[in-house]
Design a protein around this ligand. Structure first.
Ligand SMILES: *[C@@H]1O[C@H](CO)[C@@H](O)[C@H](O)[C@H]1NC(C)=O
Ligand SMILES: *[C@@H]1O[C@H](CO)[C@@H](O)[C@H](O)[C@H]1NC(C)=O
Ligand SMILES: *[C@@H]1O[C@H](CO)[C@@H](O)[C@H](O)[C@H]1NC(C)=O
Ligand SMILES: *[C@@H]1O[C@H](CO)[C@@H](O)[C@H](O)[C@H]1NC(C)=O
Ligand SMILES: *[C@@H]1O[C@H](CO)[C@@H](O)[C@H](O)[C@H]1NC(C)=O
Ligand SMILES: *[C@@H]1O[C@H](CO)[C@@H](O)[C@H](O)[C@H]1NC(C)=O
Length: 372
């Protein structure tokens, strides 16, 4: 009896094997394409309470970083991935001079303009890229004329510098060859960045605490305030020129309680189109501080945004790659990376062909982001 049961059960299992074999689950190779791996590296920097701007000296592997709280300029070499190889640190002025803005000079190739916010000065430096240990040298020093106070941004446009005077809420235009030729434009609290419109040639500054952008027409000295509707948000910070034909672009940190994930595109006729991120709750609530166009933006319609916890400890620090359609009128895709160190108050973003760098204001770190 027992034997018979065993035989039957063996027969049954044989049958079931047979059953599986003749009706096998189909297994078919399918394409295994995938996106490149994403690497987010955090490079520790010498300690400072506040790390601000970052720029790359053209045609070199040298980047410069401003640390405002101790007025230190960092000079670092980076590899192809943007990872720091070697670093030197130089105090500019006193430790209270408040080194802040950094900008490349076109007229003096390889040299950079910096602002010393508390010394009230604009300074042209030769960063001495030959060696990390060579101190930068001063080529030109320009005092900000009274009653102007507290230069934050500086940018070179032909023979002129334009600077936001954060502490007196003014904008300065000054001829760096003839510094007696200048104009101070009274703004609302507080002008932060300036861009020249690629299409109408006028200058615009975002006023972070006034939800407004000031237009300046230097030929007539006329200024106009363009207010930002509360439905889009408040606190415009990053503001840069887009590709020719596509206006100025700016980021908003949020409204009274939330990041709004919104950026603005200011056209030649001063109308503004707002674009709101929507691919994820992370991006639709993003507090957007700054932005940079991809080096290939003219052909790949890509812009990089930096979201920051600087406004609210509930906000995330993120690098968001946003791609538009060919007319820059509609967002096509969003790609989000959150930085490893939370609450770092991510501050500026610098995009090179092979990597993206971002400063972390509050953690003395530089993020290098690349894909392989
Ligand atoms: C600046 O220098 C003074 C005097 O050497 C020093 O007491 C102070 O701690 C320094 N502050 C910073 C932020 O480095
Ligand atoms: C603009 O202001 C500057 C400085 O105040 C002045 O020299 C210049 O003549 C003004 N331009 C016009 C068109 O009023
Ligand atoms: C910070 O963000 C949280 C969550 O969105 C919000 O509830 C709070 O009101 C915000 N605080 C400020 C000061 O904006
Ligand atoms: C602030 O923005 C959030 C997110 O976009 C939105 O839900 C909320 O209604 C806005 N609040 C105000 C006062 O506009
Ligand atoms: C934004 O964040 C709040 C909480 O702070 C959340 O309630 C809300 O759903 C988020 N908005 C979106 C669009 O995810
Ligand atoms: C645009 O080019 C950059 C590299 O410069 C690349 O990271 C990005 O993915 C490109 N965007 C698109 C949409 O291909």
């Amino acid at each position: 009896m027992r034997i018979t049961k065993r035989i039957i059960s063996s027969l049954l299992s044989l049958l079931s094997i047979q059953f599986i074999a003749t009706n096998a689950l189909p297994i078919t190779p399918v394409p295994a394409s995938r996106a490149a791996s994403r690497y987010v590296i955090e490079n520790p920097l010498p300690y400072a309470v506040q790390t601000h701007e970052v720029i790359r000296v053209p045609n070199t592997n040298v980047i410069l970083i401003s640390q405002m709280s101790n007025s230190v300029l960092l000079k670092a070499t980076v590899n192809n991935q943007g990872i720091i190889q070697d670093i030197g640190a130089f105090q500019l002025g006193q430790n209270t001079s408040a080194l802040h803005g950094l900008a490349l000079s076109k007229n003096y190739p390889g040299h950079v303009w910096v602002t010393l916010q508390k010394d009230n000065k604009l300074v042209l430096l030769d960063p001495m890229v030959k060696s990390i240990s060579f101190p930068p040298t001063v080529i030109k020093e320009i005092d900000v004329p009274a009653p102007g106070l507290g230069p934050h941004y500086v940018g070179e446009y032909g023979d002129e510098l334009w600077s936001t005077l954060q502490d007196s809420s003014d904008v300065l235009r000054i001829n760096y060859k003839t510094p007696s030729d200048y104009t101070i434009y009274k703004g609302l609290p507080r002008p932060i960045f300036i861009a020249q419109h690629p299409d109408n040639g006028q200058f615009y500054t975002g006023e972070d605490n006034s939800a407004s952008i000031m237009k300046i027409e230097p030929a007539t000295n006329k200024t106009t305030q363009l207010s930002i509707p509360s439905s889009a948000g408040v606190t415009p910070v990053g503001l840069i020129a887009g590709p020719k034909g596509h206006g100025i672009w700016f980021t908003l940190l949020g409204n009274a309680t939330h990041g709004t994930g919104t950026i603005g595109n200011l056209h030649a006729d001063d109308t503004i189109t707002y674009h709101t991120l929507s691919s994820s709750p992370l991006s639709s609530n993003a507090s957007l501080l700054h932005l940079a166009f991809d080096p290939k933006a003219k052909t790949n319609y890509t812009i990089w945004l930096l979201a920051s916890s600087i406004i609210n400890s509930s906000a995330l620090d993120m690098i968001i790659k946003v791609t538009f359609d060919e007319s820059w009128s509609k967002i096509v895709s969003e790609d989000i990376v959150v930085t490893p160190t939370h609450l770092n108050k991510a501050h500026r973003i610098l995009v090179s062909p092979n990597n993206v760098l971002a400063t972390e204001l509050a953690s003395s770190k530089l993020v290098s982001y690349y894909t392989l």
